[in-house]
Design a protein around this ligand. Structure first.
Ligand SMILES: [Zn+2]
Ligand SMILES: [Zn+2]
Length: 446
């Protein structure tokens, strides 16, 4: 008799990756958070009680908390780099799925410098979350992408409720909610949404097209040499030298020279600028496909940083200014930083000219700071003692909370120093004081 074969069982439910095959594909961070949610877990539980044990090859320990060296890391780098490859390996084995690589930039990340490829903070489009499909797009984790291509608004990166910034995957992440305060990330007022510029929209669309193209066809091992690409673009548009090239791309002449000479490689953001300026796609630039005639496009100007002019260091004038600020603030001696700001030269320059004077300024400032700190601590000690004695009247061994209730302002116990002082008081003021309460009449005035 023929016995039907039972297909192998997976350890985790099969959760589909959303937006497969499109530019709106889900990020691996969001996928892990959703998998954890489907299993009634937080990402930390799923990771440290389950997946990690599979990663280290000890599945019999699943359920116990794994301590010590971690194989898989949460945080910002989960959507790319080597960390992503480990996550994919473990997840694919435990969910019996394939091609999770699409949720990361691993297939094409090697084409660009690692710097400024992935963003460290989580960003999101509140409008996308409002539409019900609560998942984070991979495109939101790319550093050059600043806007949502569907809703044409800038991405948001601070929680609308608590204002905190957080990584794409945190221990308590859930799709569409803040891991710190659990507020909905879509609750952003329409007023706070800023419209996207033409260039930002083009970047968002271009990155989506590029990611889809890299999934359909295998990415090349290395990008076309950038000096050759730039040379071809320059001859097609009639640009003669690095100065004109820099002007065209919105970078300095020196940077343009470095790229053209092959001494430096542009990052992803600048690759996109090259593509945009010469009317190409990012894929064309990476593959080195440059047509012989190009209709170039004028880029939006970058934010202009005013250039500082070199100033003559006039010793006598500077000395006079330093003396004047020091005499003005005799009771509160300025730091070298403040002196430098007042004089208009950097601390480094001033220190180079007057090393002895600078040492004296710093010493006087530090000494005055020490005196202030000591005075503050003395005041804190007195207030704490009063509060402690008052709390002791209610209970013989008052807790920190009870002492805190008698303090003039809340939150004092949050500082380690205050807790240390309280501990000292508990040791130095023995219980017999309770039996013989001190003269507390002066507290009644408070
Ligand atoms: Zn959107
Ligand atoms: Zn929050």
């Amino acid at each position: 008799m023929h016995t039907p074969e039972i297909p192998p069982r997976s350890w985790l439910f099969s959760v589909p990756l959303l937006g497969r095959g499109t530019g709106q594909v889900e990020s691996l961070a969001s996928f892990v958070a959703r998998v954890a949610k489907e299993h009634f877990h937080r990402p930390s539980g799923l990771l440290h009680r389950g997946l990690e044990w599979h990663a280290v090859g000890k599945p019999e320990n699943v359920g116990r908390w794994l301590r010590g060296a971690k194989q898989l890391r949460m945080g910002w780098a989960i959507n790319g780099h080597r960390n992503a490859e480990k996550w994919i390996e473990v997840l694919e084995a435990q969910m019996l799925t394939s091609n999770l690589q699409e949720a990361t930039i691993s297939s094409w990340a090697h084409l660009f410098p690692k710097l400024r490829l992935l963003r460290r903070n989580h960003c999101w489009c509140p409008e996308c979350h409002k539409e019900g499909n609560k998942y984070d797009r991979l495109m939101w984790s790319l550093a050059p992408v600043k806007v949502c291509s569907s809703h044409k608004v800038r991405l948001v990166q601070a929680c609308p409720s608590c204002g905190s910034h957080f990584a794409p995957l945190e221990a308590r992440s859930r799709p569409g909610t803040c891991p710190k305060c659990e507020a909905f990330l879509s609750d952003v007022l329409p007023l706070q949404l800023q419209p996207a510029s033409t260039y930002e929209l083009w970047v968002a669309h271009e990155m989506e097209r590029f990611h889809v193209a890299m999934q359909e066809a295998n990415a090349p091992k290395a990008p076309a040499p950038i000096p050759e690409v730039l040379e071809a673009c320059m001859s097609a548009t009639g640009i003669r030298n690095c100065s004109e090239l820099g002007e065209k791309l919105g970078v300095s002449r020196i940077t343009a020279w470095y790229w053209r000479a092959g001494a430096a490689k542009p990052d992803l953001e600048n690759y996109l600028r090259v593509a945009r300026a010469f009317g190409l796609s990012l894929n064309d630039v990476v593959l080195g496909r440059v047509p012989t005639s190009i209709v170039s496009i004028a880029l939006e100007p970058k934010h202009q940083i005013p250039r500082r002019r070199a100033r003559l260091f006039q010793t006598q004038t500077v000395l006079t200014s330093i003396a004047s600020i020091r005499s003005d603030r005799l009771s509160n001696p300025p730091s070298l930083e403040e002196v430098a700001q007042y004089v208009g030269f950097s601390p480094r320059v001033i220190r180079k000219h007057f090393p002895e004077l600078c040492r004296e300024i710093s010493q006087v400032h530090i000494a005055s700071c020490r005196v202030k700190v000591a005075a503050r601590q003395q005041a804190l000690r007195l207030t704490l003692k009063e509060a402690y004695l008052r709390a002791k009247q209610d209970s013989p061994r008052p807790t920190r909370k009870q002492v805190s209730d008698h303090m003039p302002k809340p939150g004092v116990m949050r500082s380690a120093k205050a807790r240390a002082i309280l501990q000292q008081l508990e040791l130095t003021l023995p219980d017999k004081i309770v039996n013989n309460p001190p003269q507390l009449h002066h507290f009644d005035r408070a």
